[in-house]
Design a protein around this ligand. Structure first.
Ligand code: AQP
Length: 333
């Protein structure tokens, strides 16, 4: 079966609804028909200098949220990036194939380095997309389910795979495809509905964190920014706030946006927000119970991650050996 790989950074206590709808729900659906590897990318999180104890805690919490969302370790390989050293090794090999100018064009780096300033911006933040390319290419990945914000990094990964094949022979790397589901590729901030919902948003009020108190979540939905009209209509250009609420409603209920629009003809924004708050809270309540169940038993969680690392390690070594060899590194005896 074709292979898929994806990961998220443990940079927050809780994933948000953008991470869930943009990526995690796709992961769960795709594990039925692909060989899937899902990773907590802790090495990526190091790029922004987390506190060590906090990082460790968030790594487990992120894994628990994958499980609670339905990632099934009997079907998919669930592991922590730093447990498989091949990620760092391949990243070095790839960084020597990546142009400085090419890496400088990454918009996420431009955004984040502006935020952190000259002194606060690490070299790791700059080479982040190269490590991401290593994560993906290491497993001969065919498909990468991510949100829209990762499209440019995926393009770089594809360019690097093609470059390896051109320089070191066909079959050195598999060229992966992005899997970006249009409807939920970008969930927007509730307070600023033209900006993506982001773990590092300036204000927490625009974010729905999966582990937030449901009462806080309901309040944030009720105070979401909309527009001065009254009509409930899916029009992302003219009505980004309402369109975002309809997207979330549709994704969580599995109902068509048009059907939801029709149901709310003649009703007010307040009705839509109130009902959506109920939908979100109904989803979050059992989700949070499952997360807390996994976190209450860290030994079992660590067992799942150890087993995943072992399986990932086995898959990674073939690709890494192939690249070492083709690049001309002397084999170790
Ligand atoms: N708003 C979003 N809508 C849809 N998908 C999204 N993703 C992130 N935000 C949205 C997807 O979730 C995954 C998380 O990857 P990450 O941990 O590398 O984080 P990120 O892409 O940098 O986005 P975050 O979580 O909001 O963090 P910051 O604040 O650092 O930007 C990816 O598949 C991403 O596309």
């Amino acid at each position: 079966r074709p292979r898929i790989f994806s990961g998220m950074q443990p940079t927050s206590d809780s994933l948000h609804l953008g991470n869930y709808l943009g990526a995690l729900t796709q992961w769960v659906a795709l594990q039925e028909s692909y060989d899937a590897l899902y990773c907590v990318v802790d090495l990526h999180a190091l790029t922004v200098g987390p506190d060590p104890a906090v990082l460790r805690e968030r790594t487990r919490r992120t894994a628990a949220q994958y499980l609670a969302a339905g990632v099934d370790p009997a079907r998919s390989i669930l592991f922590v990036q730093s447990h498989v050293a091949a990620h760092s090794e391949l990243a070095w090999l790839l960084s020597c194939q990546t142009g400085f100018g090419e890496a400088s064009r990454m918009t996420q780096f431009k955004d984040k380095s502006t935020r952190y300033g000259q002194e606060g911006t690490t070299v790791g933040l700059f080479t982040y997309p190269v490590l991401m390319a290593a994560d993906i290419l290491l497993y001969d990945t065919a498909l990468v389910p991510v949100g829209e914000d990762q499209r440019q990094h995926l393009e770089l990964t594809r360019d690097l795979a093609q470059r390896l094949n051109a320089r070191f022979g066909a079959g050195t790397a598999v060229v992966p495809e992005a899997h970006i589901v249009k409807a939920t590729a970008k969930i927007y901030d509730l307070q600023e509905p033209t900006a993506k919902m982001s773990k590092s948003a300036a204000s927490p009020n625009g974010i729905i964190e999966l582990l937030d108190d449901p009462k806080v979540v309901a309040k944030r939905i009720r105070s979401a920014v909309t527009d001065a009209e009254r009509e409930i209509r899916y029009d992302p250009e003219a009505k980004p706030g309402i369109a975002n609420l309809l997207t979330i409603y549709s994704a969580l209920t599995g109902r068509d946006v048009l059907a939801i629009e029709a149901e709310y003809q003649g009703k007010g924004y307040g009705d839509l927000k109130k009902d959506l708050a109920d939908v979100v809270v109904d989803f979050l309540t059992p989700f949070q119970e499952r997360v807390h169940g996994y976190l209450a038993d860290p030994a079992s969680l660590d067992d799942v991650l150890a087993d995943g690392a072992e399986r990932a390690q086995e898959l990674a070594s073939g690709m890494l050996d192939r690249v070492y060899d083709r690049m001309g590194l002397l084999p170790r005896r």
